[in-house]
Design a protein around this ligand. Structure first.
Ligand code: SF4
Length: 323
């Protein structure tokens, strides 16, 4: 593993047993993230983004979930092999997670200061008074006056609650933050404020971040690299600039065509034909073949491997083989 790689996922496969059958939520996923880098994880609901995040945190409920195979190296150590005790130390301290709905992360009957302090005291050897002072500092950092530290979550708006969650996630200066659709539950104007806060904090602390989203606008705002996911696999991976200038996988092209453009007077947006596969669907060949306008005979039988368009841009599609 290269030295500056903070996280490296190799060949990860995750399944869930359901009444309808076995769901292959993540299939042979390979990804890496370097120090101080923000990786956007883009795809429709059910593409496997959240499952991958939960696998990194080792929070896949087992059963019904199961990590069938793969390796998740964090700072050179395979998170899937370390003891539960060691993993608990990493959770929250080295890797923290921000969920979509702040109310699922905050305890409604605990003061905000107590909730931030709880995280600080769990991982740092300091006394309560020092932890309280740190909690107030963190609140100010995310734009909340320290005088509000002893309020309860219900006294805050949605955007402010998400700021509190961000403060908790920063409490132990993690090396990696995984943010799962952190602005989806918020109003559009508040979304922009929270995003700009996350961008500032990332720049200030140099924390690496995985940002899970279905919104390419959010990616443009904050990410360095982008992984496009479809049906449990990464189908295209590139730097943000390369992806926006040269989207290559037919699915990525479809995603870009479905965003409104300011520089044309097209009245209608092009949609991607069809629907994402049902979780239990088993599609032979390329998983995108039922929706792909370029589908060839071969696509229905074989799975495309990775083709590098250049050192930092790869795509999984037969159209680019031997080019
Ligand atoms: Fe389309 Fe075939 Fe490429 Fe899959 S491999 S995206 S079906 S052209």
């Amino acid at each position: 593993m290269e030295n500056n790689k903070l996280l490296q996922i190799m060949d990860l496969c995750v399944t869930y047993k359901t009444q309808e059958g076995l769901v292959h939520a993540v299939n042979n996923l390979n990804l890496e993230i370097s120090d101080k880098e923000t990786l956007g994880f883009v795809g429709e609901t059910g593409a496997g983004k959240t499952t991958t995040a939960m696998a990194i945190m080792r929070l896949i409920p087992c059963p019904p979930g199961k990590i069938e195979k793969g390796k998740i190296f964090f700072e050179g150590e395979d998170l899937l092999k370390i003891s539960d005790r060691k993993m608990r130390k990493i959770q929250g301290k080295d890797i923290s997670m921000i969920f979509q709905d702040p109310m699922t992360s905050l305890n409604p009957v605990m003061r905000i200061s107590e909730q931030i302090m709880e995280m600080i005291l769990l991982h740092k050897k300091i006394n309560k008074k020092e932890a309280y002072a740190e909690a107030c500092k963190l609140l100010e950092l995310v734009g909340i006056k320290k005088e509000r530290a002893d309020d309860y979550p219900h006294q805050f708006s949605g955007g402010m609650k998400q700021r509190v969650v961000i403060a908790i996630s920063l409490a132990c200066s993690p090396k990696l933050i995984i943010a799962d659709e952190p602005t989806t539950a918020l109003d559009v104007t508040i979304q922009a404020q929270v995003l700009s806060l996350m961008k500032d904090l990332k720049d200030e602390f140099g924390t690496s971040m995985i940002l899970i989203t279905h919104d390419l606008g959010v990616v443009a705002e904050i990410c360095d690299k982008v992984a496009i996911m479809y049906a449990g696999s990464v189908v295209e991976y590139a730097s943000k600039e390369k992806l926006y200038l040269n989207p290559s996988h037919p699915y990525t092209k479809g995603l870009f065509n479905s965003i409104p453009k300011l520089d044309t007077d097209e009245e209608f947006l092009e949609e991607i034909d069809g629907l994402p596969p049902e979780p239990t669907d088993v599609i032979s060949g390329c998983a995108f073949n039922p929706r792909c306008p370029y589908c060839m005979e071969r696509c229905e039988k074989e799975k495309p491997g990775i083709t590098y368009l250049d050192k930092e841009h790869y795509v999984c599609c037969f159209l680019y083989e031997n080019k």
